[in-house]
Design a protein around this ligand. Sequence first.
Ligand SMILES: Nc1ncnc2c1ncn2[C@@H]1O[C@H](COP(=O)(O)OP(=O)(O)OP(=O)(O)O)[C@@H](O)[C@H]1O
Ligand SMILES: Cc1ncc(CO)c(N)n1
Length: 273
Amino acid sequence: MKKVLTIAGSDSGGGAGIQADLKTFQERGVFGTSVITAITAQNTLGVHGVYPQELSAVEAQLDAVLSDIGTDAAKTGMLFSAELIQLVARKIQEYSVPSLVIDPVMIAKGGAPLLKKEAVEALRKVLLPLGAVITPNVPEASELLGGRRIEGVKEMEEAAKELYQLGPKAVVVKGGHLDGEQSVDVLFDGEKWYHFASDRIETRHTHGTGCTFSACIAAEMAKGRTIPEAVRTAKDFITHAIQHSLEIGKGVGPTHHAAYRLVGEKSPSSPTV
Ligand SMILES: Nc1ncnc2c1ncn2[C@@H]1O[C@H](COP(=O)(O)OP(=O)(O)OP(=O)(O)O)[C@@H](O)[C@H]1O
Ligand SMILES: Cc1ncc(CO)c(N)n1
């Protein structure tokens, strides 16, 4: 069985972070391992506390997983500080971790910071160049490009091309935060652009969409899919998960990680534009 590692924060509410990643890995038929960078006290109403782990604890987890089990792909999520980013980048190089998907998590849906402001520079310079794919949402892409305005697909294409200059092999700018009848994700692989579109689903229960999407890309890459194939599957997977999202808790509920298995494979939901 292929193995995939998530290096991310824990979401006690179960919809995002490490928990979303491991559920997604299970659904995609890969063996999931995890390195917890920070513990969040979190539910559907928001983030109530952030407890970054000691550098030595994160290093020990990385060494434990990578020196014994190894991995066929990995993803990063919440990394919180420049020190953690530097450590993770160093270990990824030391163990030659393949197919790294970087979700440059910055702010939770309710507005809580999951990355310190001063860590953005380390993310840009030290980690992003190591990525096989990076998956910023629109506000993250904008922040990584010094506050640039991104309001439509044309600007997403330009942003993807500029982010590609930072060194990753491919960039997906996700369109969940824009308005419009469709939610379009733009992939640039250094040669051409691909658009992955789905009808925008009317729901507030979208907690953890970005985590689930990037975890699915990593799982598919571990199985040997090309980057466009992996992104296409991830788009289909997350669309089903949002379509069947769960009214759990009093706020922004999680997506349904098993929806694609239960209904999805029979009815693909997301045509490629
Ligand atoms: N309302 C929606 N309808 C359909 N697809 C959506 C919707 N919202 C988000 N998506 C899709 O979900 C995926 C994740 O995109 P999004 O921009 O929400 O990520 P994110 O902001 O990083 O998520 P997170 O809040 O977990 O950090 C993308 O494929 C996007 O197109
Ligand atoms: C731990 C964690 N990682 C990522 C996100 C972004 O959705 C979140 N809300 N919580």
